[in-house]
Design a protein around this ligand. Sequence first.
Ligand code: SF4
Length: 390
Amino acid sequence: MTELTDKKLTTKINVSQLSLDILQQNPDRLRNWEEERRHPLHYMKNRWQWENYPKWKYVAPFPLHVDLEADSRCNLKCPMCYRRVFDNMKVNAKEDPNLKFAAMDYDLYKKAVDECVENDLYSLRLSWRGESTLHPRLIDFVAYAKDAGVKEVSFITHGGNLTEEYIKGLIDARLDYISLSIDATAEAYNKLRAPLKFNETVERVANIHRLREEYGEGYPKIKVQGIYNYFEGDILEYYNTFLPITDNISFNVEHDYSVEVNHANKKEDNIFCPYPWQRLTVTATGLVPLCIADWDADVPIGDIKTNTIKEIWHGPQMTRARNLHLENRRMEIKPCAACIRLEDASIEDVAAPLQEASKIYIQQELTQLRKKGKKEKRLPDMKRIDPRIP
Ligand code: SF4
């Protein structure tokens, strides 16, 4: 490996998620979100590894987290989704069946989970680009991973398929954590997430909360998250609607998935990204992209049908990617050069207090929006929001 330059290496990390609970100065709720995990000590250990291993440049024997895409198909067409950019591009245009949107094969899933359990994986997320609940066996997926011994199993969903029976199935399967994508209230939501309806979605979230209290001993934990650039309506109403029926309410920034724009806005290269030391992503067909931010698997680094996850994690392409980041040469890696995530990065030290990070983040994001000439959406006003309002 070549010497590092004297440029300051800065840890920039995906902090695109902004918790309204932080802005609300709601420390109890934040603490509970962290501490009330099913396996709190394992969770804390995992968070400690997550923050420190990249700083130490230590490659763990196995990824600290795996995103295993149960299903890459989706039945909505949301304007903020990367699929709007990629639908007519590589993923569906290629004949390669590995690049098609699909549901994961159950035997392939079991093979992957078995390896994860053998290697003591802490967390498994059954989502990436698609709507996980479209997989006809998602509940079986959760049950298999939990029975095998994965400590934390979660997925992200628009929530439209969560009937009472389905929720009970997830509770029985011992799902640990569910994250629902909800970006607005009332009519604005109905338009963004058509054909879903806001009132029905709120009812489904309330059902998860009620049923988990009745049958699930408080699990799954419930997070609601949205893209704040799309938020319309009263943020206070939004927050207070979900406060009693969730454990965490967060917002992400809108990513610009236009590859051309991202290349045109080349970012500084004197940074290294912690992701190659933290996580690995597997598509529904078994392909492993270089990173979760490599949305169309432009740089496949393996396939779990023929390789083990461990082989890929320690393989030449991951090693090369790590080295290039450490050598200030991440722009030589295609997905990193077009990365949508570092655009959001806003803190120089991952240990910086999150609230401070959120403030900096908002300022930077507003600056970016102004530069791009985009309309500024109203951001949450810290003084206006009062979590005590029922
Ligand atoms: S694409 Fe590269 S820079 Fe972006 S999150 Fe992944 S590893 Fe980090």
